[in-house]
Ligand binder design. Structure first.
Ligand code: HEM
Length: 506
C-alpha cells in the first residue's frame, strides 16, 4: 500500500515539475494523437500503397514502411497505377502521386492561385520563419538568376575554372577521399565568387557557414513545424539557423554597406561590381533594400544552389567511378579537344562537351515536385487540403515509351542524337537533349514556369568540376564499397560519407 502511495506521489511530483524527457514524451504523444485525428480528413479517395488493414495508427505504420524503402514503394505504386493516382504516407504528410502525363500537365498548367508552388515550398521549409519573409514572398531574385546570372556565364567560366582547380589541388590529399566534402567546397567557392565576389569566396568561415545553412534550414523547419504560426518567430531564436544568420550578417552586412556607399557621394563614379549581390541591390524593391533582407536572399540562393549542385555532381562522379573505363576515356578525349592551349576553358568550349552533358543527364538526383493546396482535377478527383501532390520523376525518367532500354545505364544516350542533329543542322533536336532542357520525362530541374532558373549556371559548374578532375585524377571505388542509396523524405541523395580512391595522374 505504502509502495503504491509512494509511486502515485512520485508521478504527481513529476507532473508538477516534469523532467525534460516527460515533456518530450507528452509532446510526442500529442503529435501522434493530432496526426491520428487529422488522418481522416487528409486522405484523397485514390488507392494507397504501403498501408495494411489494421486501423489503429495505420498511417504511422505506412509512413514507417515508406521510410524503410521509399523508392520501392513509389515504383510499386507507379507500376500498379500508371494511368491514374496513388497515395502513400510519410511522417510529415500524406502524398498523392500523379502518374499519368495529361494530369501532370494539368498540374504544371494550373494557376498559382489554385496550386501554389510558393505556398508549397514555404510550407515544406517553413521559409517565412527559417529563411525570412522576403525570401518567402518577394521573388525578385528568380528572374535575376534566370537572366543576369545565365548571361554572365560566358564571362564567368574562365574566371571560375581556376577556382575549381585550386580547390581540388588543395583538398585532394591521401587517397581515399570524401568526394562530397571536396565537391561542396568547390561549389561553395565558385558560387560565392559569382554571388558576392572575390573576398568572401576565399573566406573559410563564410563558406562553411554557407554550406551549413541549408542543413540548418531543414533542422529548424522540423523544430518549429508543429507549433502555431504566432509562436514561430520566438521559437526561431532557439534554432540553429539563428546562429548562422548572425555569422552571415558578420560577413555580408559590411559588404552590403560598402555597396550602398558606392551609390552615394564621390564614390558614385566608381565602377559597380558585377556580381549577384549588386544585381540584387539594383533590383530590390524598397522593402527589400535592407541589410537583413539582402543578406537573407544571398543565403537563400546558397540554399538553392550549393547542396543541389554538389549532390548531382557527386552522383555523376560515383557513376563514372563505377562504370567501365570506356566512359572516362571518351570524356577525357572530349575534354582534351576542348581545353585551350593553356589548359583553360571558356563558355563556347564548355558548350561543346556533348558527351559529358549526356553522361550527366543520364542519371541525376531524383526529385519529386511538391505542390501544397486543395485541388480538383478535371476528372473530378479531389485532393484534400494538406496533401502533397507529387510527380514520380524517378519512374518517368525510365519510361520505356520514351527511352530505349530505360533501366540500363547509357552514358551517351543524349549525345548521339545531338551529333546527328549537328550534322543535319537541326537546332531543336540539339537543344532538346541538353541537360538544361527540361521536359515532362526529365524533371531533375522541374519543368514549366517554376523550372530551376539556376540550372544553366549549375550545369556549367558541374562541367568545370569534371573537366578538372578527369584529366588530372584517376577515380575508382575502393574494393567492396558502393555508394549507399539514402533518402531525405522523398528526395534521393548521394552517399555523402563514401570515400573513393582518387590519385593524381602522372
Ligand atoms: C544541380 C543543381 C540544381 C538542381 C538539381 C536544382 C533543382 C531545382 C528544382 C527541382 C527546382 C524547383 C522547380 C520546380 O519545382 O518546378 C528549383 C528551383 C529553384 N532553383 Fe534550382 N537547382 C539546382 C541549382 C540551382 C542553382 C545553382 C541556383 C542559383 C544560382 C538555383 C536556384 C533556384 C531558384 C531561385 C529556384 C526557385 C524558382 C522559382 O521560385 O520559380 N538552383 N531548382
Amino acid at each position: 500500500m505504502n509502495k503504491t502511495r509512494a509511486a502515485i506521489r512520485t508521478v504527481c511530483l513529476q507532473l508538477e515539475n516534469p523532467p525534460a524527457s516527460t515533456l518530450y514524451a507528452l509532446i510526442f504523444v500529442g503529435i501522434c494523437a493530432l496526426k491520428w485525428i487529422s488522418d481522416y480528413r487528409k486522405q484523397a479517395k485514390v488507392p494507397g500503397v504501403g498501408y495494411d488493414s489494421f486501423p489503429l495508427l495505420r498511417q504511422w505504420r505506412a509512413a514507417f514502411r515508406f521510410m524503410m524503402n521509399p523508392r520501392k514503394l513509389i515504383v510499386e505504386g507507379y507500376d500498379k497505377y500508371k494511368d491514374g493516382y496513388f497515395r502513400f504516407s510519410t511522417p510529415q504528410y500524406e502524398y498523392v502521386v500523379v502518374s499519368e502525363i495529361s494530369r501532370i500537365n494539368e498540374i504544371l498548367a494550373a494557376p498559382e492561385s489554385s496550386l501554389s508552388f510558393i505556398d508549397s515550398s514555404n510550407e515544406a521549409f517553413q521559409i517565412p520563419w527559417t529563411m525570412g519573409m522576403g525570401v518567402a514572398y518577394n521573388h525578385y531574385h528568380t528572374p535575376i538568376v534566370r537572366t543576369k546570372l545565365t548571361q554572365k556565364i560566358q564571362n564567368l567560366v574562365p574566371i571560375l575554372f581556376p577556382e575549381v582547380s585550386a580547390t581540388f589541388d588543395r583538398l585532394v590529399g591521401a587517397s581515399p577521399v570524401c568526394l562530397y566534402d571536396i565537391n561542396v567546397q568547390a561549389i561553395a567557392r565558385v558560387s560565392s565568387k559569382a554571388f558576392v565576389g572575390d573576398l568572401l569566396c576565399h573566406n573559410e568561415e563564410y563558406l562553411n557557414n554557407a554550406i551549413g545553412y541549408a542543413e540548418s534550414v531543414l533542422v529548424s523547419a522540423e523544430m518549429i513545424r508543429i507549433f502555431p504560426d504566432w509562436m514561430k518567430p520566438a521559437l526561431m531564436t532557439l534554432t540553429p539557423i539563428a546562429r548562422q544568420k548572425k555569422i552571415a550578417a558578420k560577413f555580408l552586412y559590411p559588404l552590403i554597406k560598402e555597396r550602398f556607399a558606392l551609390e552615394e557621394g564621390d564614390s558614385k563614379k566608381a565602377a559597380k561590381p558585377d556580381d549577384m549581390l549588386q544585381w540584387l541591390i539594383d533590383a530590390a524593391p524598397p522593402s527589400e533594400r535592407t541589410l537583413e533582407r539582402l543578406s537573407e536572399i544571398v543565403m537563400a540562393l546558397n540554399v538553392a544552389s550549393l547542396h543541389t549542385t554538389t549532390m548531382t555532381v557527386t552522383n555523376i562522379l560515383y557513376r563514372l567511378a563505377s562504370e567501365p573505363p570506356y566512359y572516362t576515356e571518351e570524356l577525357r578525349k572530349e575534354i582534351a579537344e576542348n581545353l585551350t592551349a593553356d589548359g583553360s576553358l571558356d563558355k563556347t568550349k564548355i558548350g561543346k562537351l556533348k558527351k559529358m552533358d549526356s553522361f550527366m543527364r543520364e542519371r541525376v538526383v531524383e526529385l519529386l515536385i511538391l505542390v501544397w493546396k486543395d485541388y480538383r482535377f478535371k476528372d473530378g478527383t479531389v485532393i484534400p487540403r494538406g496533401t502533397v501532390l507529387a510527380v514520380p520523376s524517378y519512374c518517368l525518367h525510365r519510361d520505356p515509351a520514351v527511352y530505349t532500354k530505360p533501366r540500363d545505364f547509357d552514358g551517351f544516350r543524349f549525345s548521339r542524337p545531338r551529333e546527328v542533329a549537328a550534322d543535319g543542322g537541326k537546332t531543336n533536336e540539339n537543344i532538346k537533349h541538353q541537360m538544361v532542357s527540361t521536359d515532362i520525362n526529365y524533371l531533375a530541374f522541374g519543368h514549366g514556369k517554376h523550372a530551376c532558373p539556376g540550372r544553366f549556371f549549375a550545369v556549367n559548374e558541374m562541367k568545370m568540376i569534371l573537366a578538372h578532375i578527369l584529366p588530372n585524377y584517376d577515380l575508382r571505388l575502393a574494393f567492396g564499397t558502393a555508394p549507399k542509396e539514402t533518402f531525405l523524405g522523398t528526395l534521393g541523395v548521394p552517399d555523402s560519407k563514401l570515400k573513393v580512391l582518387m590519385r593524381a595522374r602522372q
